[in-house]
Write a protein that binds this ligand. Structure first.
Ligand SMILES: [Zn+2]
Length: 198
């Protein structure tokens, strides 16, 4: 079941934000200079393999499965179907799924390979809700699902530009369109950064 997750090395939210920020600085530094949409698709297609040795791929996956990352096979797979959606919520959901899987690829694949453990993380409907990581026995900071969502939020909504928009009085809905994520994800990100949205 979806609730079985392996324990990851503890990470703080701020630490994950910093990791993501360093990656953006290397790959798309403009995304830190002005609030904009991080080109996650080009990162997935062109940079992921170079940076991590992990193969990105798009495949037909069973209904309800949006993506997965396999540390054993070193692959990060996104549902081909998910990429075909052309409504705004669909495109935005595809972007956050991709960012989530990239989080696993960057944080967890090297870690699990090092300890000779296997991470097979499946992003399915049970995991689609951003609240899913309110998961039983392990603390959030050791939960790889929580870590991957935090990473996804940090990649798509860098703290620095996120705070700038809030200070400029930009509404949550406008922010969602600027970052090209669904409004619920903006709310999650605000909570993560302990910012109150208007
Ligand atoms: Zn996951």
């Amino acid at each position: 079941m979806g609730n079985m997750v392996p324990i990851a090395k503890p990470k703080s939210g701020a630490g994950i934000d910093l990791d993501a920020q360093m990656l953006i600085m290397r790959i798309q530094p403009d995304a830190l200079k002005r609030p904009s949409s991080f080109d996650i698709e080009s990162f997935f297609d062109l940079d992921l393999k170079k940076l991590t040795g992990i193969d990105p791929d798009y495949r037909e996956l069973p209904v309800g499965i949006h993506g997965f990352t396999d540390s054993d096979k070193k692959e990060c797979v996104i549902s081909a179907k998910l990429m075909e959606g052309n409504s705004k919520p669909d495109i935005y959901f595809a972007r956050s799924t991709m960012a989530h899987e990239i989080g696993h690829a960057i944080i967890h694949v090297p870690e699990f390979r090092l300890k000779k453990a296997i991470l097979r993380s499946i992003h399915d409907d049970d995991h689609a809700s951003l609240k899913m990581y309110r998961q039983s026995d392990i603390p959030l900071f050791k939960n790889p699902e929580w870590q991957a969502w935090r990473y996804a939020g940090a990649l798509l909504m860098p703290a620095i530009t996120f705070k700038k928009l809030v200070n400029d009085g930009v509404s949550a809905r406008e922010m969602a369109n600027i970052f090209e994520v669904n409004p619920a994800f903006v709310q999650t990100r605000a909570r993560a950064l302990k910012i109150e949205l208007k």
